[in-house]
Design a binder for this molecule. Structure first.
Ligand code: ADP
Length: 254
């Protein structure tokens, strides 16, 4: 096999998550840092999920991505931010069966092809961005042999879409808003796993699969700029969150 002919691929599946205490409003739009902590429950990957395949080959001359079979631009800052963060942490990879050896430094010049499918309506309010960016970061981390743990990966997924950080764990998940200016401590942690509340059933009724008229980014920006109540909401949510955590904790202990 000629050196240029090989392709190395990884496929992953990631579920979406539904907020119990909702993330709404950013304090930093570039790093995607929220104004409040949030909690969500991750859905069963057999139901609503994203499947993403990432591939690398010396024959690829640029990074490209297809979403639900249609090519999309990777130009938007969010995709580039995730790719940059992951490439900077990439490690050596060796596939002895295929005779492929990629060194850490090679990742800076190798290009990627990414194909992703959502098995539920995209951009319609069912958190496709959460499942999508979590799956993108997870599959790339596997391909490039990152050593980071799930919470550290969640801080990268967050830079694609805030709520994506919570989709890297099952069960009930908290996104800690964090204090650091660079966002390094704004990440997700698992509160209890998917076995914790086994008989919990979430029914999702899709009333429309059409793309929503106001994207979450625009909606949040308008709330931050114009709502006098948003700061109060963030504070009230903090109190509810504390209660919620106690409840989950006490169920867990029982
Ligand atoms: P939703 O409520 O479905 O999250 P958003 O408008 O917040 O709607 O986000 C939709 C955007 O998320 C899409 O336009 C696309 O940029 C991104 N997205 C959706 N699915 C994926 C995916 N599987 N992989 C990568 N990005 C995705």
């Amino acid at each position: 096999m000629a050196a240029e002919k090989w392709v190395l691929m990884v496929t992953a599946q990631t579920p979406t998550n539904i907020a119990v205490i909702k993330y709404w409003g950013k304090r930093d739009e570039t790093l995607i840092l929220p104004v409040n902590d949030s909690i969500s429950v991750t859905l069963d990957p057999d139901h609503l999920c994203t499947t993403t395949t990432v591939a690398v080959s010396p024959s690829f001359d640029q990074d490209r991505m297809w979403l639900n079979g249609k090519e999309i631009s990777l130009g938007g800052g969010r995709y580039q931010n995730c790719l940059k963060e992951i490439r900077s942490r990439a490690c050596d990879v060796e596939d002895t069966e295929k005779g492929i050896k990629i060194e850490k430094k090679d990742w800076q010049k190798l290009h990627l092809h990414i194909a992703s499918f959502n098995n539920f309506p995209t951009a319609a309010g069912l958190a496709s961005s959460a499942a999508g960016f979590a799956c993108l970061v997870f599959s790339l981390a596997k391909l490039m042999n990152l050593k980071e743990n799930q919470s550290q990966l969640s801080a990268i997924a967050r830079q694609g879409s805030g709520s994506a950080c919570r989709s890297l764990f099952g069960g009930f998940v908290k996104w800690i808003l964090g204090k650091e200016g660079n966002g390094s401590d704004s990440l997700a942690v698992q509160l209890v796993d998917e076995e914790h509340w086994n008989d919990l059933v979430i029914i999702i009724a899709v009333v429309s699969s059409r793309q929503k008229e106001t994207s979450s980014t625009t909606g949040m920006r308008e709330s931050v700029e114009t709502s006098l109540l948003l700061q109060h909401r963030a504070k009230v949510q903090f109190l509810i969150l504390s209660d919620c955590l106690e409840d989950i904790g006490s169920c867990y202990n029982n």
